[in-house]
Design a protein around this ligand. Structure first.
Ligand code: SF4
Ligand code: F3S
Ligand code: FES
Length: 249
């Protein structure tokens, strides 16, 4: 199939109101959904707002929902849809709309700032940082994150319950806390913070975050579940329990 006309339905509007608008637009072999959005801008809707940057799945800017599924516009091939299908493109649902496909993702930056950075033991000098290769490799998986916020957008804890936003930092930042907790040189109390300040207990391991991650990070299995286990170990460890009780007096 060289070239055909596809039916697109794109959400147009702003924070106050909006609607789905229908377009018929040319598609060529090898194109991705972002190409079609750009063609729409060039030919029929010059004021259509869309955020993008790299067109290579690496900047995390072009997150949206295609037929209701959170995806990167630049990594979704048109060949995954049939030529007859109407393709619906809407902004991420969990964050407030700025305009058209662009959302205000500042919730994520607020949550990022609430996670204290790597905290090595006091007095450790440059050259004294030593860790096992296995610990390096564990955190490397989490470092692949491109901050597209698709996992944050998908997690039902905040997608369906706006009121949970203050108490829940979402999978991306719980993963960051888990990464730091697994770091052999980090001395901050990540476990207590995860549970009490970042809402780890709200996660009921549905794994929807993992399903949508374009970097295929095993967010639930490799970060959230191990973090839950660490928190539980500590809670039910009689020595830690006694220590906490004495310190709280
Ligand atoms: Fe995106 Fe994956 Fe990072 Fe979540 S963990 S922000 S889905 S890259
Ligand atoms: Fe949400 Fe992922 Fe947990 S989708 S409920 S953070 S496993
Ligand atoms: Fe950079 Fe899509 S434009 S990830």
């Amino acid at each position: 199939m060289m070239s055909y006309k596809a039916n697109f339905r794109v959400w147009r509007g702003d924070v106050d109101s909006g609607e789905l608008r229908d377009y018929t637009v040319e598609v060529n072999e090898g194109e991705v959904v972002l190409d079609i959005i750009h063609r729409l801008q060039a030919t029929q809707a010059p004021d259509l707002a869309v955020r993008w940057n790299c067109k290579a799945g690496k900047c995390g800017s072009c997150s949206a929902e295609i037929n209701g599924r959170p995806r990167l516009l630049c990594m979704t091939r048109m060949s995954t849809f049939s030529a007859e299908e109407t393709i619906t493109v809407t902004p991420m649902r969990t964050f407030p709309v700025v305009r058209d496909l662009v959302t205000d993702v500042s919730f994520n930056y607020t949550k990022a700032r609430q996670v204290p950075s790597f905290t090595p033991p006091e007095g450790l000098k440059a050259g004294e940082y030593r860790m096992e290769q296995v610990d390096v490799e564990r955190s490397q998986e989490f470092r692949k994150c491109i901050e597209c916020f698709l996992c944050q957008n998908t997690c039902h804890v905040i997608r369906d319950f706006e009121d949970n936003k203050p108490a829940f930092s979402g999978p991306r930042y719980l993963m960051r806390i888990a990464e730091l907790d697994m770091h052999p040189l980090d001395v901050a109390d990540r476990q207590k913070a995860a549970q009490e300040e970042h809402g780890l207990g709200y996660c009921n391991i549905t794994k929807c975050c993992t399903d949508v991650c374009p970097e295929h990070i095993k967010i639930t299995d490799n970060a959230l579940i191990p973090m839950k286990e660490r928190v539980a170990d500590r809670k039910y460890d009689p020595l830690v329990w006694l220590g906490d009780k004495i310190l709280r007096r």
